[in-house]
Write a protein that binds this ligand. Sequence first.
Ligand code: FMN
Length: 440
Amino acid sequence: MTQRRMHFVGMVNPPTSQYAENWRNPLGRSDWLRGDFYADLGRTLERGLFDMIFFADALAVPEDRDGNFATTLETGGKGSIYLDPIATVSHVATATTHIGLGATVSTSFLPAYAIARQLLTVDHLSGGRAAWNIVTSTTNAEARNMGREAIADPASRYDQADQVVDTVLDLWRSWKPDALALDRDERRFADPTGVRRIRYDNPLSRGPLTLPPSPQGHPVLMQAGSSPRGRSFAAGWAEVVFAIGDTEEGMRDLRRELRDRARLDHGRNPDDLLVLQGLQPIVGWTDADATTKLAALREQIDLPEALTKLARLLHANAAGLDPSAPAVDLLAAHRGATGSVGFEDMLASVSNRRRFTVADLAIEQALNQLHPQVVGSPATLADELEHLFRSEAADGFIIMPALYHSSFEDFVSGVIPELQRRGLFRSRYAAKTLREHLRD
Ligand SMILES: Cc1cc2nc3c(=O)[nH]c(=O)nc-3n(C[C@H](O)[C@H](O)[C@H](O)COP(=O)(O)O)c2cc1C
């Protein structure tokens, strides 16, 4: 049996990151409206032999409970700026040759045909390196930007997502792989018997698509919803799941559940579904150095501003927040505000376990959105990742850097070689397409 190896995805969402102060930090680059910013990130992660670089997205500047976006922009809150992910990955594709390119596209607004064609175009242009991060969008602000009055309830969003993904896959398969004949002598461009309409009773599209399959067939599917409905969606469709687990046991349970559901409910091979855990690494030359770095990051966070951001996220009244009150009470009073059941479950679980006050929650949210942190020297981090990997809590990790680009550079220069020495990570790309990297 070949040895299991880790997989890595780098998450990109400037001008913040999961660390709210990235844009203000002198070690963070601020040219995030320029192509070079993304091309350099792609090259850095490709030097680290990452499976994929992935671009988060949302379709609105986040609003507070009164529908105002002013505090988001004034404080440089998460989501104040998002470049279109499809256009951005197309740019990174030209600067790189191996790394996978993940783009977030919502299933709630665009026609399935448009989604299928955009993503398969990127897949062709990149030689089979595209992935689709399937989201359903979560806020009314996004719905209103896209011509709707309000966001649908989570169950309806996932029902629609099932239908859209099913249609997109059908469109991606509307050409047989050998239908593009290009036979000059026989004057035969394509074999029409190898190209079909999609199922006749599907109201979303007719097909065929204007594109044959890509070198990897079609883009890789990934997903990050972690509510019970989100998990069943992931078990049915996803090849890569972005998990958020606040304890090792929670990570292991989620991975096991997803694999079981994939096998039992959908007849899939569970090894075709990789569960990657989101982590914020703080890498230092020594453990003490990393702890100092973390303290410096924490130091930059301004408590009143962090409270304003927390109130906005939870659609709470900022003026009425009591910083010393228990965080769990605040979360319970604003259940459902973020639109993400899974994320809110995680906030509640961490706040309960660590007995957070509202002020603690605000600071941690600004520091890393409560995603697990790994802090230490490259050897210490490699120990922790190795443990999570070997104990089957993870197939790999989504690296959520605090600072662009320096946190990725530290990880690639320090931790990756340590994992390679231990035989836990590839020492070269063995294949060309993303789906092959994920199976390697
Ligand atoms: C690592 C990670 C990355 C995510 N990236 C995005 C994103 O870029 N855009 C988005 O709209 N939602 C994003 N989400 C949210 C989920 O895709 C999902 O829509 C949300 O959590 C609601 O689903 P749930 O209620 O099943 O948890 C992300 C979640 C996680 C854990």
